[in-house]
Design a protein around this ligand. Structure first.
Ligand SMILES: [Zn+2]
Ligand SMILES: [Zn+2]
Length: 327
């Protein structure tokens, strides 16, 4: 039976409405992909077109040859590294992925914005992949397991694949309830662009106000944004790659996670990765006073200020459980 013209136009309107809604919010589409088990069938090869910005950021580091360097540019680069590394470890990891403390809805959005400035996509994407890692650690399905897929795939390759661009959003239903977080995920480019523009303007202002510092807009963009971001990226990735290869295992876990003091320095506390795999449900990853965990110290300060609360501790009986400790 032919479809009446008004029905056809209704269907067309609904279709257009879906497409427009999809531009602003891809979550429904992503949920449908996950529900249809299409994720498992997605190609596991690198999506070179979508990887271009990632590759260009690395090439752009060499622009420092032309912009030169100054003390103030390096200081800003180190500051931007530390703030954004904390935003990844404290917020993307310990808050969005593991919910190891609480905050207000406004606080949650600000944490999402700060995390997005590290240019590691949105909080929902990040948390979905991370929860998948914990659920499938070092098994075939774990897309960044070095023992399953090799070092480079675990370090950088996994998030450049067609499959890596689309995580399993069923794992983050708690985060998908918030439209502002879905927005942050959909337009994950906005915060990095604003930060890049901000760094350029900072350089221009300093060049005019304090020319003795020897910086310029381009120099500050290259050091404060590009180089700082690339360092922050690779330090973060070591937790997927190196901390599943090098270091000491204190606890018996069903994976290859290790405690590595050097990576704990680089990542502000994330290097205690065997501790973390053993008991991910705590805000701290250094379980003893000598296991420095800068992220946890800053979270503690934020809790004293009332910004966050209910930090989950490591129960003593869990920490000292002889049945799970390795000699
Ligand atoms: Zn791990
Ligand atoms: Zn984790």
């Amino acid at each position: 039976m032919p479809v009446p013209a008004d029905h056809r136009s209704f269907r067309l309107t609904a279709r257009i409405r879906d497409v427009v809604a999809g531009i602003w919010d891809t979550s429904k589409l992503n949920m449908a992909v996950a529900r249809d088990h299409a994720l498992e069938r997605m190609p596991d090869r690198v999506d070179w077109a979508r990887s271009i910005p990632f590759l260009l950021m690395h090439l752009a580091c060499f622009a420092a040859i032309w912009t030169g360097v100054s003390t103030v540019a390096v200081a800003v680069a180190i500051g931007a590294y530390l703030v954004r590394m904390f935003a990844i470890t404290g917020f993307y990891h310990r808050y969005f992925s593991h919910r190891t403390f609480k905050t207000s809805r406004a606080g949650q959005f600000i944490f999402g914005l700060l995390g997005a400035s590290a240019v590691q996509r949105g909080p929902v994407w990040w948390a979905a992949h991370h929860r998948h890692h914990h659920a499938n650690s070092d098994r075939e399905a774990d897309v960044h397991s070095p023992s399953q897929h090799g070092f480079w795939r675990s370090h950088t390759g996994w998030f450049l694949t067609i499959k890596g661009f689309t995580p399993d959003f069923r794992l983050v239903r708690d985060l998908m309830k918030f439209p502002e977080l879905r927005w942050l995920d959909r337009f994950d480019i906005i915060v990095p662009v604003l930060l890049g523009v901000g760094m350029f303007l900072l350089g221009v202002i300093l060049h005019n106000v304090a020319p003795g510092l020897g910086t310029t807009g381009w120099q500050m963009l290259v050091w404060g944004f590009v180089i700082s971001t690339v360092f922050c990226w690779h330090a973060t990735y070591t937790i997927n790659s190196l901390s599943h290869v090098f270091g000491r295992q204190r606890y018996k876990t069903a994976d290859t996670s290790r405690n590595n003091w050097l990576l704990a320095i680089l990542t502000l506390g994330e290097g205690w990765h065997n501790n973390h795999h053993y008991y991910p449900n705590t805000a701290r990853q250094g379980f003893y006073w000598w296991e420095y965990d800068i992220t946890f110290y800053v979270l503690k300060i934020l809790s004293w200020c009332g910004v966050i609360w209910d930090l989950k501790p490591i129960p003593l009986a869990v920490r000292e459980n002889p049945a799970r400790r390795l000699p």
